[in-house]
Design a binder for this molecule. Structure first.
Ligand SMILES: [Zn+2]
Length: 331
């Protein structure tokens, strides 16, 4: 038997509410008010879960209900299924579980960004057909030719010389004809070489001019073949898209309330992280390929160091800027 508790009774048919006292005794819930009394078996009543200090509704049969104080509890026997509800209530009024939940969400998001997005992009990239990837590369080249690149000014003989050495390197990589070397010139871009989706490598006259010997050029191209082998450009595009979608989902409200800069900063930082991972992969691949070709790895390190010294540590030429610090890679 519980002590009597003051409550408010609604019959469920009219909007009239009446002051009552409720009391549990002998497996019955007794509701008594002014000229009013009823008793209901406990099995037919249901107490809504506690939510902080809000009054709770106690449902009676036939649509009637009582509003009871937050701390009102039915006897445990009739109340057994409420254990979970009590736990939920406790979780709701305690900040510690909320903090733990927030940390779990953040760690989950971080893991998704750092591991989930790259591995998903890797899987998707390997399922995209080579012809689709080549199509992307062709389009990218057309755009670059229009806005940034000019025809090469290397002589036909010089091109043939470099192309022949490149073919040897490509053959050793196992990619064979899957990788193609093109020559372009771009004073605006500077000493640079890059890999397009689908296996097209572009080397600029400016890079050829900066190299002390052809081994240095081959060292750079071995690194770029690494980007082709690992399908980095395609994976980068996929990851950047996925990251954009994820950031929009997480920061959706923030972005609409303030500016895209809020989303752009973490996106940029994460993108730089992805780039560094790709560069390391390409370095590893490039070094293995150089070993196979009998070209000293030091050529790559020398060229990188010279390019960085030349830039005075300030604004780096395009080719370097997307790469990790030369000192770190030279090691
Ligand atoms: Zn690279």
């Amino acid at each position: 038997m519980t002590t009597a508790v003051a409550a408010t009774y609604h019959d469920g048919r009219t909007s009239v509410s009446r002051a009552v006292t409720i009391l549990v005794a002998d497996g019955l819930l007794h509701v008594e008010g002014d000229g009013f009394a009823t008793a209901v078996p406990l099995a037919q009543v249901r107490l809504e879960p506690r939510l902080g200090n809000l009054a709770r509704r106690l449902d009676l049969p036939n649509g009637a209900s009582c509003l009871v104080p937050a701390d009102f509890e039915l006897p445990v026997a009739a109340d057994a299924p409420a254990r979970m509800e009590r736990w939920v209530n406790e979780a709701e009024i305690r900040w510690a579980p909320a903090l733990v939940a927030a940390v779990i969400v953040l760690v989950g998001l971080w893991a998704t960004i750092v591991y989930g997005v790259p591995s998903a992009a890797n899987v998707v990239a390997r399922r995209i057909s080579p012809s689709v990837e080549r199509g992307m590369g062709t389009q990218a080249l057309q755009t670059l030719d229009r806005v940034a690149l000019k025809p090469t000014e290397l002589t036909v003989e010089r091109q043939a010389q470099l192309a022949a050495r490149f073919r040897t390197l490509a053959g050793l990589s196992g990619l064979g004809d899957g990788v193609v070397l093109l020559f372009r010139k771009s004073p605006a871009v500077g000493p640079n070489a890059f890999a397009l989706p689908g296996g097209t490598l572009v080397v600029l006259d400016e890079l050829v001019a900066e190299a002390r010997d052809d081994d240095e050029i081959m060292a750079v191209l071995a690194h770029e073949i690494g980007h082709v082998y690992e399908r980095h450009t395609l994976r980068h595009v996929l990851q950047a898209s996925a990251l954009g979608v994820l950031m929009a989902a997480v920061l959706g409200d923030v972005v609409s309330a303030t500016s895209y800069a809020v989303a752009a900063v973490p996106t940029f930082l994460l993108d730089a992280r992805y780039s560094r991972d790709f560069e390391r992969e390409a370095d590893d691949y490039g070094f293995t390929l150089l070993d196979r070709a009998g070209i000293d790895r030091a050529h790559f390190a020398r060229f990188l160091t010279r390019m960085e010294a030349k830039s005075g540590g300030g604004s780096l030429p395009g080719w370097i800027s997307t790469h990790p610090p030369a000192a770190e890679r030279v090691r």
